[in-house]
Design a protein. Structure first.
Length: 424
């Protein structure tokens, strides 16, 4: 092993150990912190959330965090098995032997890793849905529906994903030293196309969408859209209740294909004024161009990482350092692509707080927009109901939140809305 390969090997092992220890310690902290505050409702919520509801949220949070230990060990074990354990090299040799060195063997290698990853995640997904969600009264999904969703996702992944994979591998092999620019353009275009077709072609395969009925809620929403200058291709209600009692609202698509979607469970629980405030928050993301900014950030990140992969593609030490010695028969492009994006997350995990902070900042900005166009009090009341209905803990561990939480903590968010409602 060369010096570069040895150094990368050491860095990779260190990154895996750091990521593993951080994830485990954060999980332990979350469980301990939530349990420690289980018997006392935070003062800011004492008049709106009962001790029973607070304890239910704590127990639900602890159950989910405990199941996370399985995910942590499964992810780490699979990663090490595929890299230092020789699994990825064995798969590459297998497909090379049976399909040759063309695009077919490269696509087979990529899909094999995706299939192994999905198979490793399946037991935990089943446990969370039919044990944890059911235990706390949230599950409405049947095993038949669960398996049907799984089959649809796999079929869509194959029908939509296979042309992209083949195109990427072809570009990597045929576009010379600057192949990564062509791949980046292809990847970016694919994501934009997916965003455009998702509302009308993909989402209806999993849920039923019906136009929002006439009434006070629709009247208030249409007035809000007019005030905010937002044009949408319809207001829809999604039958989220067939899978879960959790509630939500979102808008999807872009250009003239934007849709506003409400879960039926959300409409059942909130008043028209609260629904209007929740939608105003979502429109705040649109007004502040958060979606566009995140897409630009994603495109910039993918460009950087693909250019880095372009430098590593022909470097034998890159493969050797990650436990996958390169042979002349190995389909190099697919192996490089799989190996790079398989190992990248462990190197990036310590940067998770940055992404979470950016997301929480956007949430505060969207709340401020909602307070200007509706009622901060109504939004605060809606959030409290959502915390109740979704059993979201009011007392997360601060360090855990720093890494994982895309939304501000309940106490911070409600306090911020109170300042918007009653500015100094």
């Amino acid at each position: 092993m060369t010096a570069n390969a040895s150094l990368l090997n050491i860095l990779f092992i260190a990154a895996v150990l750091l990521s593993l220890s951080l994830r485990l310690s954060l999980n332990y902290r979350q469980i301990a912190h939530v349990r420690r505050h289980r018997d006392t409702v935070p003062p800011a919520f004492a008049d709106r959330i009962s001790l029973t509801e607070h304890q239910k949220a704590a127990d639900y949070t602890v159950d989910r965090a405990q199941s996370g230990f399985f995910a942590i060990f499964t992810d780490t074990s699979l990663l090490l098995a595929l890299t230092l354990g020789g699994g990825l090299a064995a798969l590459a040799d297998f497909w090379q032997h049976h399909l040759g060195g063309g695009l077919a063997s490269g696509a087979a290698l990529i899909y094999s890793v995706m299939l192994l990853s999905s198979a490793a995640d399946l037991p935990l997904a089943w446990y969370r849905q039919f044990v944890i969600e059911a235990r706390h009264g949230f599950n409405r999904m049947t095993p038949t529906l669960f398996l049907a969703d799984l089959g649809k996702q796999a079929l869509l992944g194959f029908i939509i994903g296979l042309p992209l994979v083949l195109a990427v591998l072809w570009l990597m092999q045929g576009m010379g030293d600057h192949w990564w620019l062509w791949v980046w353009a292809c990847w970016s275009g694919f994501n934009l196309l997916l965003l455009f077709i998702y509302p009308t072609w993909i989402a209806p395969l999993f849920n039923r969408f019906t136009p929002l009925a006439d009434g006070e809620t629709k009247t208030r929403i249409e007035a809000l859209l007019k005030r905010c200058g937002f044009r949408a291709n319809g207001l829809f209600v999604m039958d989220g209740s067939k899978r879960s009692s959790h509630g939500n609202a979102y808008f999807t698509g872009f250009g003239k294909n934007k849709r506003i979607v409400f879960f039926d469970t959300l409409l059942e629980r909130l008043s028209p004024g609260q629904i209007e405030a929740v939608l105003a928050h979502e429109l705040g993301h649109f007004h502040c161009r958060h979606v566009q900014k995140r897409m630009l950030l994603m495109f910039a990140g993918s460009l950087i990482f693909l250019s880095l992969l372009g430098q590593l593609l022909d470097a034998p030490w890159f493969y050797a350092g990650l436990g996958v010695p390169l042979s002349t028969e190995t389909p190099q492009t697919a192996l490089a692509l799989t190996l790079f994006f398989l190992t990248l997350p462990v190197f990036l995990f310590p940067l998770s707080p940055l992404g979470s902070w950016l997301s929480r900042r956007d949430e505060f900005a969207a709340d401020a927009f909602a307070a200007r166009h509706t009622s901060a009090h109504e939004l605060a009341q809606a959030l409290v109901k959502l915390y109740q209905d979704n059993a979201a803990t009011l007392t997360p561990d601060p360090l855990y939140s720093l890494f994982y939480d895309s939304h501000p903590g309940a106490s911070q968010r409600i306090a911020h809305l109170q300042t918007l409602e009653n500015p100094a």
